[in-house]
Design a protein around this ligand. Structure first.
Ligand code: LLP
Length: 414
């Protein structure tokens, strides 16, 4: 979003015009930002054979998936539904990885039947996989590296109390299954967490994975998951991709030398690719002067963006309708019938009923975590790419909520 002559724009489109044309609440994504993030990540790792497997749980709009595909990005999916969305978007099965976490074996079978490689995160499932497929299908192993990282307990996955992956201490049990079923283990995967602040965590965990990987002889891939930190406000910490690229590439090259083979290094970024590209536009229903606190009540809430309530996430809010520098303190709240804070104690340009607000960093885990709570409708989504605007999802209708319900007539006498 850029400010030009007191108006906010995405590329050549005025934000306020988008809100009028498509109504609010509205998700708007800037495809040029996605393109730039992909370019930066690829450049940072240009010295090695690196592949980007977009963790599409962050945003599964099919047009976003297609854009990723056009940018040469591959896909990480976590459910049969994400897998199908990937295929609909045109990804080849070869370019999709199914990263399971405690899923039913039927979902592993479904992935194999679709020609998609799987990442297995527990020993019982690995045993079932061995029994059914032997060495006829390649497989990756998801390990738990016992490294702490991630912005919040809920999104921290690599530590020793986490439910994710096979603990690295269990390497002998993996090797025993490999021997018993002649498993074709082609990759080692881990994901430490999301919003990892400290760049050195990535290097630390990579070294754990490299050491672990040496026990496996037929590897082709090392998958280090996602978790790059994006900035949520000015001056906020963000992963220094160029620095990380240099350090990790050097460590990876050294590992490949020791291993005796050039492997591919995979990442599964979600937020890094799509968080900053997205805004959620909403309208002020009411500006409410409570004693000591002024509230801006928006026509959105935790039903459309759950991150502030779920993770105490900071999302910058901007009054798009008033760009004056006359700032006042506000709490920004949603319209859901429970505590529904979006932003607290923020200095914003003076707000009036009807003003349009942009909530930033809404491209990742915004729409995909949206719900119909309070039976409210999910917003429309618009993509702006190379100065063209595309409606990529219509706003829901009440009929969408009713559609799958089975209406029963109760004819009981009372
Ligand atoms: N790979 C795996 C196996 C994952 O579980 C995740 C995220 C990613 C990659 C991508 O992580 P990212 O690059 O986006 O940090 N809903 C939460 C984030 C949950 C992330 C779950 N796994 C949030 O809104 O902060």
């Amino acid at each position: 979003m850029i400010l030009k002559n007191n108006e906010y724009f995405i590329q050549d489109f005025k934000i306020s015009d988008l809100a009028i044309e498509y109504g609010s609440p509205l998700y708007v994504y800037d495809g040029n930002v996605i393109e730039e993030k992909v370019r930066r990540l690829k450049n940072a790792f240009s010295e090695i054979n690196m592949k980007i497997k977009y963790a599409c749980k962050a945003n599964t709009n099919i047009s976003i998936l297609k854009l990723m595909k056009n940018l040469g990005v591959e896909l990480d999916v976590v459910s049969p539904q994400e897998l199908q969305l990937g295929l609909i978007a045109g990804f080849l099965p070869d370019n999709i990885t199914f990263t399971s976490s405690g899923v039913g074996f039927d979902e592993i079978e479904d992935s194999v039947e679709n020609g998609v490689i799987v990442n297995i995160d527990n020993l019982p499932t690995l045993e079932k996989f061995g029994k059914k497929y032997g060495n006829s299908q390649p497989v990756l192993i998801r390990i738990r590296p016992n490294v702490e990282g991630g912005g919040n307990q809920k999104i921290s996955t690599g530590h020793k109390d986490s439910k994710f992956g096979i603990a690295i201490e269990q390497v002998d049990q993996i090797l025993a299954l490999q021997q018993k079923y002649d498993l074709n283990i082609v990759g080692i995967h881990q994901h430490t967490g999301s919003d990892i602040k400290d760049g050195s965590t990535f290097v630390e965990v990579a070294n754990v994975v490299f050491e672990f990987a040496k026990s496996f002889k037929n590897l082709k891939y090392i998958d280090l998951g996602g978790g790059f930190k994006v900035p949520y406000k000015k001056g906020d910490h963000e992963t220094d991709m160029e620095d990380l690229g240099e350090k990790l590439s050097a460590a990876f090259k050294k590992f490949c030398e020791e291993y005796g083979k050039d492997l591919e290094l995979w990442f599964e970024p979600g937020k890094y690719l799509v968080s900053e590209c997205g805004i959620l536009l909403a309208t002020a229903n009411v500006v409410k002067e409570n004693p000591g606190k002024t509230l801006i009540g928006l026509n959105t809430g935790l039903n459309h963006l759950i991150r502030p309530m779920m993770y105490d996430a900071y999302h910058k809010v901007i009054n798009v309708s008033n760009t004056s520098e006359n700032l006042q303190k506000y709490n920004v709240v949603g319209y859901i019938c429970e505590t529904d804070d979006i932003a607290k104690d923020r200095s914003l340009s003076a707000a009036s009923d009807g003003d349009i607000f942009a909530i930033l960093n809404a491209g990742a885990y915004g729409f995909t975590m949206a719900s119909n709570y309070n039976s409210r409708l999910k917003p429309a989504e618009v993509l702006i790419y190379k100065n063209q605007k595309y409606l990529i999802r219509e706003r829901q209708t009440l009929q969408d909520i009713i559609n799958k319900q089975i209406l029963i007539d109760f004819n009981y006498e009372t």
